[in-house]
Design a protein around this ligand. Sequence first.
Ligand code: FUB
Ligand code: ZN
Length: 660
Amino acid sequence: MKRTFISLVLLSGCQWLLAQAPTRKFEPVSFSEVTITDDFWKPTMDKVATTTLQACIYQTEVKTPRIKNFEKVARGKNLPAGQAGEKHEGIFYDDSDVYKALEAIAYSLKNHPDPALEKKADEWIDKVAAAQLPDGYIGTYYSLGRLNERWSDMSMHEDYNGGHLLEAAVAYYNATGKRKLLDVAIRFADYFDSLFGPGKKHWVTGHQELELALVKLFRATGDKKYLEEAHWLLEERGHKYAKGYTWTDWKDTAYAQDVVPVRDQKEITGHAVRAMYMYTGAADVAALTGDEGYMKAMNTVWEDVVYRNMYVTGGIGSSGSNEGFSVDYDLPNEQAYCETCASVGMVFWNQRMNLLTGESKFIDVLEKSLYNGARDGLSLSGDHFFYGNPLASNGRHFRREWFGTACCPANIARLVASLGDYIYGASDKGLWVNLFVGSNTVLKFGKTDVPLTLETRYPWEGNVKLTLSPKTKIKFALHVRIPGWTQGQAAPGDLYAFEGNTNTPFTLSVNGKPASYTMDKGYAVVDREWKKGDVVELNLPMEVTRIVARPELKQDIERVALQRGPLVYCVEGADNNGKAWDLLLPDKAEFKTTFQKDLLEGVVTIQFLAPTIQVGQDGQSVNTETKTITAIPYYSWCNRGQNPMQVWLPKRIKDIKINN
Ligand code: FUB
Ligand code: ZN
């Protein structure tokens, strides 16, 4: 593995803490060291590189004034004293879209080098740098005519924008080695640190984000003050320090997870994206400081999310009014909010929990959110987006080109482009394979390079082939994740369960012979001496499974969801004569699967026979007919215009709505 300057700094930064703190069980192998070749994800990543990022650039630079605001600030800096500058246009956190797009470009350059895109990013970075004030402040909303009001209202996302700046800067530096944006980020972080911290002013982030970003800056620079600032920000919550017009207006500070200190939190509350970013930051801080309080709190809160508040698609945040959580087991399907960014946040947080604990259940959830709730946010064409991701539709939902608020499009772009971050983990003792994504990388154990190739047709087929090619023989433990859904578990906890027997075993072989392995924390561990050309093959059963929900989940009573591999399925009108709500799923339905290469860019569909109900034109006569129903992967719905759709299919007649 090519060790960069970043990695060396990271190591020296961590060593400061290693001696005194329990740390992660392993580190993720960085996107910058993984080349993705996957049949499923590579085309999506290419689409992000060629289309989604172009949409982000067009919307950010041409269609909306997001970039213009930076230009205005730069122009204003040269005005004679006393002369009024230009006005800010748009929403107060629009700067974050610029940074998220830059971050996505950074990741994308790794798997899809594009000099023109890099040039555009450099141009934007020049504009961002030119908008930084001499004291390090950066934020177009306040810089344009409101500078004396800055830092007066904690809910106004100055910190949130700053956090996205830091994330973009670290990513761009990691991807290109260029440090102009990193220097801007460092100046901003130093400036923030000069105002807020122990013995200085209090600050509660209005939208959590800066916490996790400061940890990234610490990892990139090795400067521990950024880690300490992140820790301090987390500690600020839950003490009624929050101030600001908007903030004090909120009746309920649970919205921003500010009722009790982070370490005392037991339940998931409030705004879903804020929560995900906060727990991601807390997990990052806990990993480096060993803060047991955070680890304990996060385990309890995670169970509250996954056992009582998560959709079968891995989406979270059912309520639109607070863009977040309501009460336990309240998961409406058609009214589901399920913001794309919240699923992106689930991926972030679950990755961190996996690194902290070494337990694969977190990757089970990550995979669920990634392949379903998050992937659904991006159209197959790459230039239309879902903000909310409902699990049923009467046909009113459609994907949009953009949103007024700076939000999901650039977020899903940065997640897809950084997929390389989530596939492998490594420590000096072993290798972890978390996601089955065709790719190659080179790991390093001591002085030995271990080139590694993963080939698969997942999620369409269950065969995964891993070829290891160490230059010299080397012993280490290979941990291959065995998904919970192959072990009879529809999701961690008992919110969802498989109906019927699903126990077809997985198989694991080394060089064509059954592997000798032990199971540990959800991984099959093969600990042996590896030599050049060793081949490990995992075979996962890809049968169609029926999922039922706990009875408390009222909206899903007497309903079944279909899953195959990591993919949740839905019935969409486009495949079923315009109807998706007129059917009953028989208890004994037999499922047939077909890979349809020309449908929805290539998907495995599920077919089954089901009774359907039609109402005559007189509105009084009813006809029933058994039809072949086609179900498609949930993420691929609504790519053929507006259509009715259902994930949870009714088993009993009382539940069907025949008009859709
Ligand atoms: O406030 C910034 C982002 O905009 C939030 O994360 C989203 O929920 C949207 O409101
Ligand atoms: Zn969003």
